[in-house]
Design a protein around this ligand. Sequence first.
Ligand code: SF4
Length: 537
Amino acid sequence: MTVFNQERLLFDPVNPENNAIPLIFAFPNEYTIGITSLGYQIVWATFAMRSDVNVTRLFTDIQEPLPRFPELLGFSVSWELDYINIFSLLESLAIPLHSRERNDNHPLVFGGGPVLTANPEPLADFFDVILLGDGENLLDSFIDAYQEVRKANRDTKLRHLAKVPGIYIPSLYEVTYEDREGAIKSIEPIDTDIPEIVQKQTYRGNTLSASTVVTEKAAWENIYMVEVVRSCPEMCRFCLASYLTLPFRTASLTESLIPAINKGLKVTNRLGLLGASVTQHPEFETLLDYLSQPQYQDVRLSIASVRTNTVTEKLAQTLAKRNTRSITIAVESGSERVRKIVNKKLSNEEIIQAAVNAKAGGLKAIKFYGMAGIPGEEMEDIEQTVAMMEAVKKAAPGLRLTLGCSTFVPKSHTPFQWLGVNPQAKTRLKYLEKQLRKKGIEFRPESYNWSIIQALISRGDRRLSSLLELTREYGDSVGSYKRAFKQLRGQIPNLDFYVHRNWSQDQILPWQHLHSTLPNKTLIKHFQEASRYFTQN
Ligand code: SF4
């Protein structure tokens, strides 16, 4: 049996018409990862339910039988470093990497997903079309608009698509620089009929997404995923998951969540509740009561994220009964001051209480998630994180305790987008490791070096395209990026410019022409509120 035959579909694909658009929809990683992406599943099903599209899937390890002459080739991009796989897949299909080198015989290469919506510029040269924002209405608008110009030449197609709200055609915008190694001077459309600003699309319905396919080959075996909320109302100032996808939206319990859950639980007993902050759903308690009914007693429940002050004993009990052993909570820091900087409305007492409740409810482990190098953070704040972890250990003995920790990485469209990565984060991670291990608390740091690369892609501009191509030649390591920067010295800004430097708020950002929900002046206001808590050193 092939991998595809093991899929249980929760939607009805239609038979494509004879004249349907041959479309390849790719995920630039292995099947098991791609098919676990709810976004990928939804977009694929949307195409498969249109009779005027003949969609086939492509992953880095397996593929369905592909059309010989695809007209559209799409990528769902959820992880920054998957760009390397995008290059390989383009090459395997004999499609030039650069948009400018493609002609009428090549498909239009389009992309979407969180990485491209946040900042598509480092990858802009490789895509003909980028879809910005929620797919709900955008995908249909894209295909409808493409149908109108399907027989036209490439240039006409792209210019036509550029007029659809949320569709960004990078080649129709010219970027100029102060100098080769300097900041951006201007970003302008190349013609007056091309919109100056592309507005990310926001879906406002009350039915959110749910899995369209369940398979034992998924990274989370046989999981059925339901999106409970979209975005997060907390607005922690570094958080892309909140700022990029505002406003906060919740799925209707009766019209969306319960019907979706009933449908999914007919084919599997593993349920994942997804969203940046699922426990913020106003009817979350009712949802838990619903899942506590006897007919669901075999259901294995996974919850993506839990807010500290929603960890009640009842929640812990429900999770423990549903086979969950552990919960993860983002606390960011043990320092109240740093939490004020990031707008995390949380006290150490609440964090300790969450652990106490988790233990009382029968959970075996709790994982906190924090960050080093948060803007304004000092060494004393790191010491306070150690002290907080110790206090938790004392208050909930026997509960397995872990601190996962990453480095602060600036993200576009957030109030911290102008700030660089603090190089001291590396030492601070080491300090945490040493102190916590000494006290018998597990510490799981994320690689500092990879945070550097994430920051590079997060704040990059189009000049990085040559760097990304070179890096790929040198292999998959941070040293490769450094080597590529060295080779391009004098032609593009250095690593420090993109990663560590604080940018002026007057500087033109690489994504200045791509608008999200909040304007820069609001982000500046939020940044100023954060800076009130910086110490005056
Ligand atoms: S609570 Fe979590 S998801 Fe919500 S804004 Fe803060 S970090 Fe982001």
